[in-house]
Design a binder for this molecule. Structure first.
Ligand SMILES: [Zn+2]
Length: 72
C-alpha cells in the first residue's frame, strides 16, 4: 500500500506547486460574481474592475503581512 500513498502524496505536491506557480504568474483572476455578464461597476467583490486576486495570492499576501507585522 505504501507506493500508492507515495504516489498520492507526489501528485498532491505537484498539483500544489503548479497552483502556486500559476498564482505567481497571474495573481489576478476574473471576478466570479460579475464575470458571466461582463464588468459590473457596482460589484463590491472586485470594486468594478472585473478582476480579483486569486485565493492563493490572498493567502500569500496575508502570510507575508502577518510575517512582516510579527518581525517588526
Ligand atoms: Zn466583480
Amino acid at each position: 500500500m505504501t507506493p500508492v500513498l507515495v504516489l498520492l502524496g507526489l501528485c498532491l505536491t505537484v498539483v500544489t506547486l503548479c497552483y502556486l506557480a500559476w498564482c505567481a504568474v497571474s495573481p489576478w483572476g476574473t471576478c466570479l460574481r460579475c464575470a458571466p455578464g461582463g464588468k459590473n461597476r457596482t460589484c463590491r467583490a472586485c470594486k468594478g474592475t472585473g478582476m480579483r486576486p486569486r485565493l492563493g495570492w490572498q493567502v500569500w499576501t496575508y502570510l507575508t503581512r502577518f510575517h512582516r507585522d510579527g518581525t517588526r
